[in-house]
Design a binder for this molecule. Structure first.
Ligand code: GLU
Length: 486
């Protein structure tokens, strides 16, 4: 039962530049974008930068960069609220004139004292409305002191406010739990509530899709729309995102700012797929959906009310899937900057691009994020491997047997004319029988000698790429190590 929107779809992503965009912010952006694209509507970008004190340097650039990186293109904007102050001031004046708002002269100290007193009485703190019914004389006296007032909304003292949420259904708040909130501050800047409502109206926003932390603001917005005689947009509050332990998402859960994921080597496509499943699903089973499929199937009906769970392991897995889907060329192209950055400085630069092209297919099979590539591939590039002699013997092979096995291997390999995966396999597999060693023990030994580790890409392919010279050299080094110690 999918209900088509009645109005032309115009949605917005309206971040406040009070920090770098995190996963939750971008999930909101994505759902808006998918909704717009699904209905051939418009996706508008609006920067809600009216809280001057909380602005963070670089946040706007980070927001734009993240959206661009993920391919969440916008059709309009960015609009900056800080450049639209006259619109909000005009609406505040209209509300004053029509008796839906009033001027308040209370100082921060007075408000703090009020709060303390209410808490002392175990009451929830809220503005007590003392400026609501000032007489002309009182107002004139306060004006004369030079205090610049704020504008507050006149909240209906009783009754209830109900609005419909497309995800959660009908929601009702008691008006007496809401206070006469500030609309316009004394510096002439609007509060979030005023600017948000004015812009959603002026920008013809059809649907407000936002995080569920804003749910408690919505009755205020609904009352503002009513007071202004404006038709409110539809609302949909997206479910919270929690960690796997069902607590509020934090660094502890491995969640990072979006630009961090970019730096660590996540792909835009896997991020999009992963974020889309934070609160939306196609059918409770399908995990892998590309951009086009997401656009085709996205609907608010399939957004859940229940909290979404952020699972870092799933994100890594998914990114690995998307890495393996890349063409070998694209993988090389994306991995090269990471190699350049991450390989030890002792590795000669510029890196040999032909060699990278040979090595990368082996790494592509294994990497979950591009940031892991240097670490997974470093043994292909360094001159000397660092490992202990014990590691050579970790498959429970005794030192004498190991020394002999390497000796015989060296002889066979030296005699090989063609060097390739299949030749290596044809030469080395029979050798394990000849030496009366299980393949586990024998290849385990060779693997450590060749790569310096126990888990690595397939041995014969690795040796083929590494080349004859380097492979023989590493086997000799391993033999020396053993001889020195045993
Ligand atoms: N500026 C708010 C934010 O940072 C926007 C909330 C809304 O979408 O109404 O999330």
């Amino acid at each position: 039962m999918s209900s088509e929107p009645e109005k032309r779809v115009r949605v917005r992503f309206a971040p406040s530049p009070t920090g770098y965009p995190h996963l939750g912010n971008i999930r909101t952006a994505l759902f808006n974008w998918l909704f717009a694209r699904h209905y051939n509507g418009e996706f508008i970008l609006r920067i809600e930068d009216t809280d001057v004190a909380r602005r963070v340097e670089g946040a706007i650039e980070a927001i734009l960069d993240s959206l661009q990186w993920l391919g969440l293109n916008w059709d309009e904007g960015p609009h900056f609220q800080s450049q639209r102050l006259p619109f909000y001031q005009e609406v505040a004046n209209k509300l004053l004139k029509e008796d839906h708002a009033y001027l308040c002269y209370c100082s921060p100290e007075q408000l703090e004292a009020m709060r303390q007193e209410q808490m002392g009485r175990k009451q929830p703190p809220k503005y007590d409305g003392r400026c609501r019914n000032l007489t002309q004389q009182e107002r004139a006296r306060l004006e004369a002191t030079g205090i610049i007032p704020v504008v507050r909304f006149k909240m209906p003292p009783e009754g209830e406010t109900t609005f419909h949420d497309l995800i959660r259904g009908s929601i009702t708040f008691r008006n007496d739990t809401l206070d006469d909130f500030v609309l316009l501050k004394s510096d002439g800047y609007p509060t979030y509530h005023l600017a948000n409502v004015v812009d959603d109206h002026l920008m013809n926003i059809s649907h407000v899709l936002r995080a569920d932390e804003w749910l408690s603001s919505t009755p205020r917005h609904a009352l503002l729309y009513q007071a202004l005689g404006w038709q409110p947009p539809e609302f949909a509050h997206l479910p919270m995102i929690l960690g796997t332990d069902r607590t509020k998402l934090s660094k502890r859960h491995g969640v990072a700012a979006i630009n961090e994921y970019q730096k660590q080597g996540y792909l835009p496509n896997s991020m999009i797929n992963f974020l889309a499943l934070l609160g939306w699903s196609l059918d409770d089973r399908t995990e892998l959906l590309n951009r086009e499929e997401l656009i085709e199937h996205f609907s608010l009906e399939r957004v859940s009310k229940a909290a979404a769970i952020f699972d870092k392991a799933k994100l890594e897995w998914m990114n690995g899937v998307y890495l393996r889907k890349l063409s070998p060329e694209e993988f090389v192209q994306r991995a090269t900057p990471f190699l350049d950055e991450g390989l030890a400085p002792s590795v000669k630069r510029p890196l040999d691009s032909d060699y990278i092209c040979q090595v990368m297919p082996l790494i592509q099979e294994r990497a979950r994020i591009l940031g892991e590539v240097p670490q997974l591939a470093h043994f292909f590039f360094v001159d000397e491997l660092q490992y202990t002699t014990e590691l050579l013997l970790s498959q429970n092979i005794d030192a004498r047997t190991a020394i002999r096995a390497i000796e015989v291997t060296l002889q066979k390999l030296r005699a090989m004319e063609a060097w390739g995966t299949q030749h290596l396999e044809d030469t080395l597999r029979p050798l394990s029988t000849e030496l009366d060693l299980s393949t586990g023990k024998f290849f385990g030994l060779l693997r450590v000698a060749i790569t310096g580790r126990t888990a690595a890409p397939p041995l014969f392919q690795t040796m083929a790429v590494l080349g004859k010279g380097k492979s023989l050299e590493r086997l000799c080094t391993a033999q020396q190590k053993l001889l020195q110690q045993y």
